[in-house]
Ligand binder design. Sequence first.
Ligand code: FES
Ligand code: FES
Length: 171
Amino acid sequence: MPLHERQVPDLKIKISVNDRAFDVEISAGETLLDLLRRLGFKSVKHGCDTGNCGACTVLLDGRPVASCLILAPQVDGSTILTVEGLAICGKQLHPVQEAFIETGAPQCGFCTPGMIMTAVSLLSENPDPTRDEIRHGIAGNICRCSGYVKVVDAIESAAKKLCDRDAGHDE
Ligand code: FES
Ligand code: FES
């Protein structure tokens, strides 16, 4: 049979996205970014598609990754968190989201979901970062609008919120 007439078998993978289980058909060349957007997680942005801007950042098994650089077949059996899954019980915004809003860090907002996912990961590893550590932590997330000052303010504020929450203090 000529090559062009051969049927390419469908690939099926199982993933969990924001605590929802998906059993999906994919093509071998589909990226995780395209898959997530196809499943409706539109917070995951197409920026550079080359791993350089951070707009497509999600947590893959708890680690921040550029989803444009990962092929869907590689994530079979994995757990993925996008910004849509951060809200507590689907209602109350996560402290990092609250801090971004309160400080006015989002301008056009295109970079914000990826920036927030990077911030969540950063604060889980380093709950009390210095401003330099925050700048270093978000170095892979490009923002064209904010000049980064308010983004760093937001992450600093989020660190305090998370610390207060973990200590059981109300603001
Ligand atoms: S779109 Fe993935 S890093 Fe830019
Ligand atoms: S707020 Fe516009 S790119 Fe960051």
